[in-house]
Design a protein around this ligand. Structure first.
Ligand code: FMN
Length: 198
């Protein structure tokens, strides 16, 4: 059964506008999920065009920070377009995560260790990178975008699914093949199970 209230939060963070592979792929993920769940309530933020400030202690107490966290907590589905910049994620996207990983709201420390409090969400990250960093490639040790995003989401209780286009800087043929492979992956994305935990 589908819920008419299922909320999707869509973020992009590439600075490359219409030429962006991650924007193209994150939009394709949203299209796929919308085809599976026509009643989705979709919110969108372009973190490159509409960036967040770096966090400072007082920054957590602003109305904008509170609204951002509430928007995230209310979402059932998170779709993130993430380019690799300098082996990691864009600072604009990191600033968003810095507002979301908040002790007492999305994680807490217990005597048994850290516990994620934001479980029950589906997260799909569309990631593009110029070179090759997947397992077995010599560059794998320099992959700090997928691992960092996956680590941050995992820390707050969310196990993301990654759709990756890599080697997009290795000529137009490789770029087209990488994007086609990612699109084929997107076409297999399963419907979203209803939220089981708050
Ligand atoms: C500022 C900048 C830094 C980049 N750094 C890397 C990098 O460290 N490794 C890499 O493989 N590609 C790098 N690239 C290439 C991008 O990862 C590639 O163009 C990717 O498609 C970007 O995503 P987008 O198309 O959504 O903008 C960089 C591109 C830019 C603009």
């Amino acid at each position: 059964m589908d819920s008419p209230l299922m909320k999707l939060l869509h973020l992009d963070s590439s600075i490359q506008g219409d030429a962006s592979a991650s924007r193209h792929l994150s939009a394709a993920v949203v299209d796929r999920l919308q085809a599976l769940h026509p009643a989705l309530d979709i919110a969108y933020r372009d973190l490159a065009a509409d960036p967040l400030p770096h966090i400072v202690p007082a920054g957590f107490a602003t109305p904008e920070a509170a609204a951002l966290l509430d928007q995230f907590l209310a979402a059932d589905i998170l779709v993130i377009g993430a380019p690799m910049y300098n082996f990691g994620l864009p600072s604009q996207l990191k600033a968003w995560f810095d507002h979301i990983l908040v002790a007492g709201r999305t994680f807490r420390y217990t005597e048994a260790g850290a516990e994620g409090l934001a479980g029950g969400k589906r997260a799909i990250v569309a990631l593009s990178r110029g070179g090759f960093y997947s397992e077995g490639h010599p560059g794998a040790a320099f992959e700090h975008a997928q691992s960092h995003i996956g680590g941050m989401l995992g820390f707050i209780g969310i196990q993301p699914e990654f759709v990756v286009a890599e080697g997009v800087a290795f000529g137009p043929e490789q770029r087209a093949a990488a994007i086609a492979a990612a699109e084929a992956h997107i076409a297999t994305l399963e419907p979203v199970a209803l939220r089981t935990a708050a």
